[in-house]
Write a protein that binds this ligand. Structure first.
Ligand SMILES: [Zn+2]
Length: 481
C-alpha cells in the first residue's frame, strides 16, 4: 500500500469516525469464560512497538502469561497485509455505524418476523427463528451489502452445520499460502475461502435480489462484501455479543493490562458515508423492495469501481475491476489446478505428501501474481492498448504467471491492486481504539474526542475461526451421550 501518509508509528491522516454506539461495554454480564482477543492497535502501530517486547520480563507472572496469550491471539485478528488501513483514513471519509438517508437510518438489523395478527400463529422455519431469537441462541440478521447493492437476511447456522464446516476444512486444508500471507483477497487460501463463501451463502434466508439463488448471489456479490457476509453470520450466532479481552501495548515493559469487556459484534461494521451518494442510499433504503440484475448493474456502475489505463510501464497498462465472489473463487481454483496439473505432467511418479506440498508452495511463489489475477480486467500492451488488448481469462492468467518473474512489474501491479482495494472499500469490519484503563496509554494520539476515534480493521475470518472453535469445544464438553 502507499506509504505516503506514514509517520512514526504508522499514524497518518486523522480519521473521521463517528462512534454512535461503542461496541465495547464493561457492564454486560456474559455466560462463559471464553473470550475473544482483539487488537488494541493497527498492524503498523503494533510493528512499531513490538521491538520493545524483549524489555519485558517474560514468563514470570500469571498476568504476563495472560497478556502474552492475549497478544498472540489478538495479533491473529489484525488484518493481513494491512488492508483497509488506508481506506480508514481516506481524505474526507466519514466512517459510521449507519448511513443517514433523508428518510432515516440505514444499518444492519433484525427483519421482523411476527404473526399477521397479535397472538396469531407462526409456523415452520419462522417459528424456529423466533424461538432462537428469544432464547438468544441466534436468529436472523439482515445485512446491507453496500458494494453489491442488495440486502441479505442470514440465518444462524446450527451446531451441526458448524461442526461439518470445521471437519471439511480440516480435511481439505491445502496450505498453499500460509507463508505468503498475502492480502485479504489473494487466492492463497482459496479452499478455505470457498468453504466459507458456500457456507455463508447457504445461510441466506432471503435477499432483496429478485428470484435469487446461491448461484446468482455468488456471481453478483462483490468480493468487497465478503467480510460483511462473514460478519453477518457472526451476528446471527452471537446476537448478544461476546466477552472481549484486549491486551494493552501502549507501554510495553511497564503495562501488561488485559482489558476485559464485552463486544457487540453487530456494532463492528463501519460504512464510509462520504462515498455513498443520495441515489445509492435511496437504492438501499428500502430493504424489502426487490431489485433486478439490471438495477444492480446500474448501482454498481455508479460506484465507479473500474480503474482504467493504469500505467505499469510505458508498454504495459491495466484495467482493474472489483471481482465478484465467483470470479475470485474460479481464479483461485484455476491457479491451484494449473500448479497441480504441472506437477502431474512434470513428474513420472506423482509427488505425494510433504514433497508435493513443498513443490506446490514453491510453484505458488514463482507464479505469485496469480493471487491477484481476478482483479485484472484487461491487460493492454502499448499506450492505450495500441499494441494489443488481452481480455481472455486464460491468457490473463498465463501472463500473470510470466510477469511474476519480473519483480519490479509484479510489485507495481500488486501496489495498484492494493490501491484499488483501498479505494473501492465502502464498508469495513473494525473496532475503535480506546484508552487503556490501567496505564491510560493510548497507542495513537487521536483527536482526543470520543467522536473522533480511530478504527482498527479486523480479520473477520480469523474471528470466525476463533469463535467457532471455542463454541465447538464448549458444546462438545457440555454434551453427554
Ligand atoms: Zn496499559
Amino acid at each position: 500500500m502507499s506509504e505516503s501518509n506514514e509517520t512514526e508509528g504508522g499514524v497518518g491522516n486523522p480519521q473521521n469516525v463517528l462512534v454512535d454506539t461503542d461496541p465495547r461495554s464493561e457492564s454486560v454480564p456474559v455466560g462463559h469464560d471464553d473470550a475473544l482477543s482483539l487488537p488494541y492497535t493497527t498492524l503498523p502501530d503494533f510493528n512499531a512497538v513490538v521491538g520493545d517486547l524483549p524489555k519485558m520480563d517474560l514468563a514470570t507472572s500469571e498476568a504476563t502469561k495472560e497478556w502474552l496469550i492475549a497478544i498472540s491471539e489478538a495479533t491473529q485478528c489484525l488484518i493481513r497485509g494491512n488492508v483497509y488501513t488506508e481506506a480508514a483514513r481516506r481524505e474526507d471519509s466519514k466512517w459510521s455505524q449507519f448511513i443517514m438517508d433523508e428518510a432515516g437510518k440505514i444499518s444492519a438489523g433484525k427483519p421482523k418476523i411476527s404473526p399477521s395478527q397479535p397472538g396469531g400463529s407462526i409456523t415452520g422455519e419462522s417459528a424456529l427463528f423466533k424461538l432462537s431469537s428469544i432464547l438468544g441462541t441466534g436468529g436472523i440478521v439482515q445485512v446491507p451489502l453496500w458494494h453489491t447493492g442488495i440486502w441479505v437476511s442470514l440465518k444462524a447456522p446450527s451446531e451441526s452445520a458448524l461442526l461439518e464446516l470445521d471437519r471439511r476444512m480440516a480435511r481439505e486444508k491445502v496450505d498453499l499460502g500460509r507463508d505468503t500471507y498475502g492480502m485479504i483477497f489473494s487466492n492463497s487460501s482459496v479452499y478455505i475461502k470457498q468453504f466459507l463463501i458456500n457456507f455463508v451463502l447457504g445461510h441466506v434466508y432471503n435477499s432483496t435480489l429478485k428470484d435469487f439463488d446461491t448461484e446468482s448471489l455468488r456471481t453478483l456479490i462483490s468480493v468487497n462484501d465478503y467480510p460483511t457476509l462473514l460478519w453477518g453470520i457472526l451476528c446471527t450466532i452471537y446476537p448478544k455479543g461476546y466477552p472481549l479481552a484486549q491486551p494493552c501495548i501502549a507501554n510495553i515493559g511497564t503495562c501488561n493490562h488485559v482489558s476485559k469487556a464485552h463486544v457487540s459484534i453487530s456494532k463492528l461494521l463501519w460504512t464510509d458515508a462520504s462515498r455513498i451518494s443520495d441515489t445509492q442510499s435511496k437504492h438501499m433504503f428500502n430493504r424489502f423492495r426487490k431489485v433486478t440484475v439490471q438495477d444492480l448493474e446500474a448501482y454498481q456502475a455508479s460506484l465507479k469501481t473500474t480503474y482504467v489505463n493504469i500505467k505499469i510501464t510505458d508498454e504495459l497498462y491495466l484495467d482493474i475491476r472489483v471481482p465478484t465472489l465467483d470470479e475470485y473463487i474460479k481464479s483461485g481454483m484455476q491457479w491451484v489446478n494449473d500448479i497441480s496439473n504441472m506437477i502431474e505432467s512434470s513428474f513420472k511418479e506423482s509427488l505425494k505428501g510433504a514433497e508435493r506440498n513443498t513443490y506446490m508452495t514453491n510453484q505458488g511463489k514463482v507464479t505469485a501474481l496469480r493471487q491477484y489475477a481476478h482483479w485484472i480486467l484487461r491487460i493492454k500492451l502499448g499506450e492505450d492498448g495500441g499494441e494489443g488488448v488481452i481480455d481472455d481469462r486464460g491468457t490473463i492468467d498465463n501472463m500473470c504467471s510470466q510477469l511474476s518473474a519480473v519483480p519490479e512489474i509484479m510489485d507495481a501491479i500488486i501496489e495498484q491492486v492494493g490501491i484499488a482495494i483501498e479505494n473501492s472499500a465502502l464498508s469495513i469490519v473494525a473496532i475503535p481504539n480506546y484508552e487503556c484503563p490501567s496505564c491510560h496509554g493510548e497507542q495513537v494520539t487521536g483527536e482526543g474526542d470520543a467522536l473522533h476515534r480511530r478504527l482498527i480493521p479486523l480479520e473477520v475470518e480469523q474471528i470466525f475461526f476463533a469463535l467457532t472453535k471455542q463454541r465447538l469445544i464448549r458444546t462438545l464438553q457440555h454434551a453427554e451421550l
